[in-house]
Design a protein around this ligand. Structure first.
Ligand SMILES: Cc1cc2nc3c(=O)[nH]c(=O)nc-3n(C[C@H](O)[C@H](O)[C@H](O)COP(=O)(O)O)c2cc1C
Length: 201
C-alpha cells in the first residue's frame, strides 16, 4: 500500500492550499488503497534550524541524521522517511514558499541527506536509496497563472529539497494563480488529477 504524506504550508485552514491539497488527496484515494497522512505545518511546533552542523557531520550510513533540537519534527522526520510519495502545498508569498514551509524544508535538508559529490562536492544527496515521487501545489493572490515563470520560486525550492534530501522526483505541479479574484473551483480538477497521477507511479 502506497504511503503518502501531504504537507500544507498555508497559514489558513480551509482556504486555497488546504482545499487543493484535499482535492489531490481525494484524487489519490480514488485510485485505490493508500495511507495518507496530512500535516498542516501551522499546527506544528517547529523551531528554526541552528546551523550547528551536527546532522551534516553525522554518520552517512545512518538512515536519518541526528538533530540537536527536540520538537514536533521528531515525529515529522519519521513520517517523511516512511512515506513513498509526497504532496507539498504552499502559497507563494513574496515570490517564494511561506516561512513555515521554509523552516520545515531547512529542518529536513541535512537530516535526510548526507554530503554528496553532485553537482559540487559537499552538496546534499539523499540518505534513502528508495525512489519516491512528489507533486507540488502552489497558489498566488495576484499573479495570474500565465506569469508563473516570473513569480514562482516556491516550486523550485521544494523541488530541489525533495530531490536532494528525499530522493523524490516531482511528477507534476500546479499554480493556482490570482486566487484573490478567481473561483477556486477552476483549479480543483487539476489538483484532483495530480493526486491520481501520484498513485500511478
Ligand atoms: C506576506 C504575504 C506575501 C504574499 N506575496 C504574494 C506574492 O508575491 N504574489 C502573489 O501573487 N500573492 C502573494 N500573496 C498572496 C498569497 O499568495 C495568497 O493569499 C495565497 O496564495 C492564499 O493561499 P491560502 O488561501 O492557502 O492562504 C502574499 C500573501 C502574504 C500574506
Amino acid at each position: 500500500m502506497k504511503k503518502i504524506l501531504a504537507v500544507v504550508g498555508s497559514y489558513r485552514k480551509g482556504k486555497t492550499i488546504d482545499t487543493l491539497v484535499d482535492k489531490a488527496i481525494e484524487g489519490a484515494k480514488s485510485m485505490g488503497d493508500t495511507q495518507i497522512d496530512k500535516i498542516n505545518l501551522i499546527d506544528q511546533s517547529i523551531q528554526y534550524c541552528k546551523n550547528c552542523m551536527v546532522c551534516l557531520q553525522d554518520d552517512p550510513d545512518k538512515p536519518l541524521a541526528d538533530c540537536v533540537i527536540s520538537d514536533d519534527m521528531d515525529t515529522l522526520h519519521q513520517l517523511v522517511d516512511q512515506a513513498d510519495a509526497y504532496i507539498f502545498g504552499t502559497p507563494v508569498n513574496m515570490g517564494a514558499v511561506t516561512a513555515v514551509m521554509k523552516t520545515f524544508l531547512e529542518r529536513i535538508c541535512w537530516i535526510h541527506a548526507k554530503p554528496g559529490r553532485y553537482p559540487i562536492k559537499g552538496c546534499p544527496t539523499p540518505r534513502s536509496g528508495r525512489k519516491k515521487q512528489a507533486i507540488i501545489i502552489v497558489s498566488s493572490g495576484a499573479v495570474p497563472t500565465y506569469l508563473r515563470m516570473f513569480c514562482d520560486d516556491a516550486t523550485s525550492c521544494i523541488k530541489s529539497t525533495v530531490k536532494c534530501s528525499l530522493n523524490a522526483s516531482v511528477i507534476g505541479s500546479m499554480y493556482a494563480g490570482g486566487i484573490h479574484t478567481r473561483e477556486l473551483d477552476g483549479f480543483s480538477g487539476k489538483a484532483y488529477e495530480l493526486g491520481r497521477k501520484l498513485m500511478r507511479y
